[in-house]
Design a binder for this molecule. Sequence first.
Ligand SMILES: *[C@@H]1O[C@H](CO)[C@@H](O)[C@H](O)[C@H]1NC(C)=O
Ligand SMILES: *[C@@H]1O[C@H](CO)[C@@H](O)[C@H](O)[C@H]1NC(C)=O
Ligand SMILES: *[C@@H]1O[C@H](CO)[C@@H](O)[C@H](O)[C@H]1NC(C)=O
Ligand SMILES: *[C@@H]1O[C@H](CO)[C@@H](O)[C@H](O)[C@H]1NC(C)=O
Ligand SMILES: *[C@@H]1O[C@H](CO)[C@@H](O)[C@H](O)[C@H]1NC(C)=O
Ligand SMILES: *[C@@H]1O[C@H](CO)[C@@H](O)[C@H](O)[C@H]1NC(C)=O
Length: 824
Amino acid sequence: MDTQNLVFLNLILLLFIPCNCSVSFIPPDNYLLSCGSHSNASLFNRVFMSDSTFLSSDDSTSLTIQKPPQNLPALYHTARVFSGTGRYRFNMKKNGTHLVRFHFSPFKVQSFDLKSAKFSVFVNGILILSNFQPPNDVTLKEFILKVESNFLEILFRPVGNSGFAFVNAVEVFTAPEDFVVDYGARLVGPFGLVEYRNLSTKVLETVHRINVGGLKITPFNDTLWRTWIPDKDYLVFKGAAKPAVSTHTPNYQKGGATPEIAPDSVYMTAQQMNRENTSLASRFNITWNFPVASSSVGVPHLVRLHFCDIVSPALNLLYFDVYINGYIAYKDLDLSMLTIHTLASPVYVDFVTNSDDSGVIQISVGPSDLTSSIRMNAILNGAEIMKMVNDVNANVVHRRNKLWALVGPIVGGIVTLCLVATVFLFATKCRKKKPKQRTVDSVGWTPLRMFGGSSLSRTSEHGSHGYLGLKIPFADIQSATNNFDKSLIIGSGGFGMVYKGVLRDNVKVAVKRGMPGSRQGLPEFQTEITVLSKIRHRHLVSLVGFCEENSEMILVYEYVEKGPLKRHLYGSSQLPPLSWKQRLEICIGAARGLHYLHTGFAQGIIHRDIKSTNILLDENYVAKVADFGLSRSGPCINETHVSTGVKGSFGYLDPEYYRRQQLTDKSDVYSFGVVLFEVLCGRPAVDPQLTREQVNLAEWALEWLNKGMMEHIVDPHLVGQIKQSSLKKFCDTAEKCLAEYSVDRPTMGDVLWNLEYALQLQESGQQRELHAIRSASEDVSVTTTTVITGNPSTNRRTERDYDTGSSDVSTSQVFSQLINNEGR
Ligand SMILES: *[C@@H]1O[C@H](CO)[C@@H](O)[C@H](O)[C@H]1NC(C)=O
Ligand SMILES: *[C@@H]1O[C@H](CO)[C@@H](O)[C@H](O)[C@H]1NC(C)=O
Ligand SMILES: *[C@@H]1O[C@H](CO)[C@@H](O)[C@H](O)[C@H]1NC(C)=O
Ligand SMILES: *[C@@H]1O[C@H](CO)[C@@H](O)[C@H](O)[C@H]1NC(C)=O
Ligand SMILES: *[C@@H]1O[C@H](CO)[C@@H](O)[C@H](O)[C@H]1NC(C)=O
Ligand SMILES: *[C@@H]1O[C@H](CO)[C@@H](O)[C@H](O)[C@H]1NC(C)=O
């Protein structure tokens, strides 16, 4: 409950206050030791304390340099020397990822030379430094590891003839939240792209930390007191790169990188393609070689790349490819899609690669095939390379296709699902595997994307095939809407206006017109066409056609007579309140539509914007799910690709998706849970006019549910109508949908079945009835508390539904109305 509160609080902040990212990070655990010293010493404004209280072994002495060089910081004037096994022990306040740093600065006291030390270091039993011999200069060793105990123990053990170990300073502090996340890292190599899981369980040793295109950043200027060094010495062809500098602080976005991930200065500089250099080919990569130890051959490394588009004049102009060790690591990376449509917004992507015998990890960025030669560019702002100390075999997850579909891997704000927006890729790649769909997915949208929304003459050649057959001439739309008569406006949204219209064959339609001349919403426009042209279902609003003439983006839908569910729930005194049975039937219908999206013929479509304004009611109060502009399609076979930022509507947004940027069909389940409570309580998902505890419906309803006092918040119109058993079933279902973690949420199929059960309970109150829709052997009492998957009766009904759905659409007067008062 606490974390949920926190998430919602964050959401409110997100909505009303720009990200306040300048507040410096204060780690809960923060130990800074000046080893071998009795007094404090400071370095970069941080005070390091005497280590004596943390020592838990007697085999040690402290040593002080006699004539320190003038510019040697006081911290390095002393050292702790261990002649046997030495131990430091720290009490930990917090479990989770921590940073551990060791400072080594060998010096000589009379004939005793610290340089001859040779030792190993263990942290909580894990060997992290083996047979280490500190070099001459001040050397820092940094490790990032997860602590899951109340203490952290560091152990120094001399090896070989040296007979001793030493250290000058030790830092142990908590890493920021989500510094290393378990999902979404991409394993790059000859086997193609797969997801690398459980990153946080690895012990990482920092090998390189680079401020690409910029200057050295000292711990003074870094939020986690790190040092970043310039990239110049690692460039393979210096002439290929040209530094870019921004003078504005980056636009940090929720779901993207934070200043703790990397400081402003990393994101404010970059290298880009030096296209003025005429001695280079027209297309070329920028390549860096970062040396790794020869002993690291075959060892997995985390490559964390930082990006912030400080070079483009507008969104969606920069597409580029990223390669690691010559393998494709990210194809057609579009930074605009990784952020919430904001330029200069920092993101990072985690890759895992096994180092080979070349002695380097090679990183390249180069132009994507999608970009025209005028726009061609590629950038990199920062790079970190970390060796996995405790992992010899990378954990390859083999179920790759499934994984990319379901996990929606993300990294610091990066959802890696099929990028439906670039319909082109979808089309070309799917085409190879699914020749039958060639005409449906067809050509056309890439040039649109490249040349700025102009219409395409060549698509008309294919006019009779697939969704191109849905093209409607602009003149027809003008006449259907009386030339976009203002009095016919039935809604407006982020995309533009929605008009009621009548086509020449007397079919009533809803016409959604994108702002003329604006490219905003183009990806949504394309998505909606690709998604809707492929599906027909009784509970999904259907697309009648579209128009892209004269740079117009117009979508024409069936007109759905009674409009959005929301208007029938609250805020309109003219409309009669819906009965409990009607409400249940509407929820069941919408659940069926969603279940079909997730699992039906079209497979794996995630709606991403489920809310009561996007569920429409026809003249018979049959629910139809609408507005597929944000939906994401499951990836095709061999899809290597994708991206998106957190999108959706406030109040309905899955907190896990929001936190982890991990998009799955369970995010729709969450939003649907909010709709269920909206239906039950007859109030908006978010009502800023209410008191703090009441603002957020999901939070508020769960609280009352926990108190077992649901009757108190039920829509007054329903009082006396709902049978207790039906209410309980309904609330249990809604509650499960709102589970904090997506794994704990039911599938849409389960939700559907449970809602049907709630309806049965309402109608009869007897379990006998229930057996009619379930196979008799299943234990009813269990099903009320557990999630049931793969219910055969549900599947059967869905198939039937689909059949009736298609015939309904082709024969009946289909009506649609698209009202989107809220925008996105
Ligand atoms: C050392 O620093 C700590 C923490 O800043 C402080 O509490 C302590 O008084 C200092 N000790 C001395 C001897 O200055
Ligand atoms: C950390 O996790 C360990 C093991 O799960 C547990 O015993 C300990 O109490 C936890 N510590 C904190 C501070 O939560
Ligand atoms: C990741 O960790 C979870 C929980 O510890 C474990 O069940 C799973 O097998 C791990 N996955 C991999 C790929 O190591
Ligand atoms: C780094 O920090 C120092 C001291 O706070 C400051 O004077 C300097 O301007 C900073 N440099 C950058 C690049 O921010
Ligand atoms: C152009 O690139 C070549 C090859 O890397 C390099 O030698 C040359 O210095 C570059 N010229 C400029 C103007 O950067
Ligand atoms: C960039 O590097 C990759 C990997 O080495 C290579 O496959 C690709 O052809 C290069 N692109 C260009 C334009 O040179």
